[in-house]
Design a protein around this ligand. Sequence first.
Ligand code: MN3
Length: 253
Amino acid sequence: MRSSNSSWFKVGVFFILISGAVLLPAGLRAEALAPQVVLMPLPYAQNALEPHISSATIGFHHGKHHAAYVNKANELMAAPQFQGKKPLEVMLMAAKDPALANLFNNLAQAINHEFFWLCLKPNGGGEPPAGPLAEAIVKSFGRWAKCREELEAAALSQFGSGWAWLVADGDTLKVVKTGNAETPVTQGLKPLLTIDVWEHAYYLDFQNRRAAFVKAVLDHLINWEFVAANFARPGPYAPLEPSAEPKQKPSEP
Ligand code: MN3
């Protein structure tokens, strides 16, 4: 027969465990030692980018592709060698080590996708609004139309999967493209804007018509406020620490 003392003991242990999980600073929790990225909730409704990007495309792209990169990156970052590091450090480390190619690909893709979602918004696109970013575009490209031409050319000429980017190289703005998971960050460039040109980004809506997808993004979806904020922000690349301030608390077991 169970004594009431034993029950109270169990209740006490339970509360100690709960309060430990809640009150202990995150840095002291064992699981916080492994770097982690989170699947950022979309900053808009899944169907908010319609008719340009369908709810179905976003559902697969964010809910399946992006989620898979996040899960795999976290699984691989649980290895002891990464304890105490930040995702950015791990990504730069993995970029230099062929033995960590799988980690680099998944982690860079997790970060690239978070950045991509933030580069988009409903009723965006068109010309950059007046301000320091627009001035820098004119200074580097002569005019927005030329910058846009270069972005389209980069997006269309990227053979196979990859990304087109507007980046800052010091004070100069440039357009670059990268293959697969590659990011300009590993070349010391600061991303301001990106367009995902992996087929999963557009195939359900545009099939093989990548140019039509890129045009739709540039005409209707670019979040210029975000791009301008990236330009204004000091430091290399703010969104590189997507897990530094998780926008969504991971659920406690
Ligand atoms: Mn993608």
